[in-house]
Design a protein around this ligand. Structure first.
Ligand SMILES: C[S@@+](CC[C@H](N)C(=O)[O-])C[C@H]1O[C@@H](n2cnc3c(N)ncnc32)[C@H](O)[C@@H]1O
Length: 276
């Protein structure tokens, strides 16, 4: 079964996105949903139209950001990880990966990757590392794993475990761009004991009508392609890893913190796998 995807209004492309504020970008829509200020009229209009069809979208975005925090705390704490490769960073906001990791393990090293010019413009905020650790930012497309891995190796030691985080980014990689091969190349480059973390919009968490309507809006309004995948399709990304409990679940249901809100509301899957 292929995933449910919409074409981008300006066609498929690889490499840095153009700085075009007249068309919505995924990073800026997400910023709007999180209550940020780095978004434009086209982003807000697209988000509002999407929310009409998918009222849980705002809950899903915020639950996704909260999942990032819990996942990184688990990795830096219980899993003892000190190196992070955060691909699809997003516009810096509260609780960026290095802040969460360095609050637990100040020596943590974090390499961020994104291809959006707005994220690049704000990258300085990501480079303010604690003195014991370090951060770097790579302006690259996830599909260009060669560039990402060679540049990340300037800060990360690929003979030691690395956590590769791909949160809410694989939704922008259609099947035709080989998302499974991309993730496999990243996993191949890190040693056993490394971790893979993914969150992903779930096509089987949205009704057929909503999915068709969302696909239509995204196709008309958003610069990137938008792809939704099923539980089974997301699980395939974790081949070669053992899933950390509770496995592949809705994003708000992964190790929820005390007092967390309702379960079963988001439309996204997430999991963390440890490389065998
Ligand atoms: C929805 S945001 C998620 C931000 C953060 N990972 C989080 O979960 O809070 C997705 C980010 O992925 C980036 N992105 C999408 N496709 C990408 C690609 N092919 N290469 C690099 N970055 C990409 C977007 O620019 C955006 O900043």
């Amino acid at each position: 079964m292929t995933s449910h995807e919409a074409s981008a209004p300006h066609g498929a492309r690889t490499g840095p996105l153009p700085f075009d504020t007249s068309v919505a970008h995924q990073a800026r829509i997400y910023d709007y949903l999180l209550g940020g200020k780095d978004n434009y009229c086209a982003d807000r209009a697209a988000a509002e139209e999407l929310m009409e069809i998918w009222p849980e979208m705002i809950f899903t975005a915020r639950a996704n950001r909260a999942f990032l925090g819990r996942a990184v705390r688990y990795l830096a704490g219980e899993a003892g990880i000190r190196q992070f490769l955060d691909i699809g960073t997003g516009i810096p906001t509260a609780g960026n990966t290095h802040q969460v990791a360095q609050a637990i393990a100040p020596e943590s090293r974090v390499v961020y990757v994104d291809y959006d010019p707005i994220v690049l413009a704000h990258a300085r905020a990501l480079l303010i590392s604690g003195q014991a650790g370090a951060t770097d930012y790579i302006d690259a497309d996830l599909r260009d794993t060669g560039t990402i891995l060679s540049q990340a190796a300037k800060l990360l030691d690929f003979t030691q475990p690395v956590a590769v985080t791909l949160l809410a980014i694989l939704n922008a990689i259609p099947d035709s761009d080989g998302p499974y091969a991309i993730v496999a190349r990243l996993l191949d480059s890190v040693p056993s004991g490394s971790y893979l973390v993914i969150s992903h919009g779930g096509s089987d968490l949205l009704g057929r009508q909503a999915l068709d309507a969302l696909t239509d809006v995204a196709g008309r309004r958003i610069q990137q392609k938008v792809v939704y995948r099923t539980h089974e399709q997301v699980a395939r990304f974790f081949d070669g890893t053992d899933l950390v409990e509770p496995g592949l679940v809705r994003i708000e249901e992964w190790r929820p913190e005390r007092g967390a809100g309702e379960k079963g509301q988001s439309s996204g899957w997430c999991a963390m796998g440890r490389k065998r």
